[in-house]
Design a protein around this ligand. Structure first.
Ligand SMILES: [Mg+2]
Length: 223
């Protein structure tokens, strides 16, 4: 039934305790809770690389200062792994994210669902705690839809999914269509490159808006 859930993820899910009668908010971390691009640009500078902002993708947009050529996909993978290892505990928090989650936690349970490599989950947890967002973390691998279905299985209350990447919304729509999907991209430069995700219910633009939107839906069942 959950064949798309990675072997490193399933044990994390089984450890979680979920109240079936309380609303559930499943939030991404990078570009939702943390300023990933600000951190990445700083990291790239330290490696004599830069991001060229021509599209909403990492591969093809990370270029060498020396010849302005993009690094290839394998190099991007290695670079991202190093980035999470060295930087994810220290990324700045998105403005209003900690306050928003604190407010929402009076109304709902909160789980952070991040595609940080599981071996660096403890570093992501350190970053979350340091920034006042001490909520359970699932370090996911691959698509998010089946994980969201697992988390919301038999839930008798509304569930919400917040993410910046359109294909994550598509995956949740495919496997857990009952979950309300909110598309949010914290970095305005990145946000400007992309319209609303096709399979999201709403595109939102800051944390006060996200908080008000979810509260309104919990209380009235309407957007
Ligand atoms: Mg993200």
């Amino acid at each position: 039934m959950y064949t798309g859930i990675h072997d490193d993820v399933r044990p994390q899910l089984e450890k979680l305790i979920i109240d079936r009668d309380r609303p559930l908010i499943i939030t991404d971390a990078d570009e939702v809770l943390f300023n990933f691009m600000i951190g990445l640009e700083d990291f790239l500078t330290s490696l004599d690389l830069y991001f060229d902002w021509s599209s909403f993708a990492l591969t093809g947009n990370i270029r060498r200062n020396t010849d302005r050529e993009p690094i290839d996909q394998m190099e991007v993978g290695k670079l991202l792994s190093d980035f999470f290892d060295q930087r994810c505990a220290y990324l700045p928090a998105v403005e209003g994210a900690a306050e928003g989650l604190a407010m929402l936690s009076d109304h709902a349970q909160i789980i952070v669902l991040s595609n940080v490599p599981p071996k660096y989950a403890h570093k992501r947890r350190a970053g979350l705690c340091d920034k006042g967002m001490d909520f359970p973390l699932i370090a996911n691998v691959g698509s998010k839809g089946q994980v969201v279905r697992f988390l919301t299985h038999e839930l008798n209350a509304p569930a919400y999914f917040i993410d910046d990447i359109p294909h994550n919304h598509s995956s949740v729509n495919e496997h857990a269509a009952h979950v309300h999907r909110l598309h949010y991209i914290a970095d305005p430069r990145l946000s400007d490159l992309l319209g609303p995700a096709e399979h999201s219910h709403s595109r939102l633009y800051d944390w006060p808006e996200i908080g008000a939107h979810i509260i309104r839906h919990i209380e009235t069942g309407e957007y």
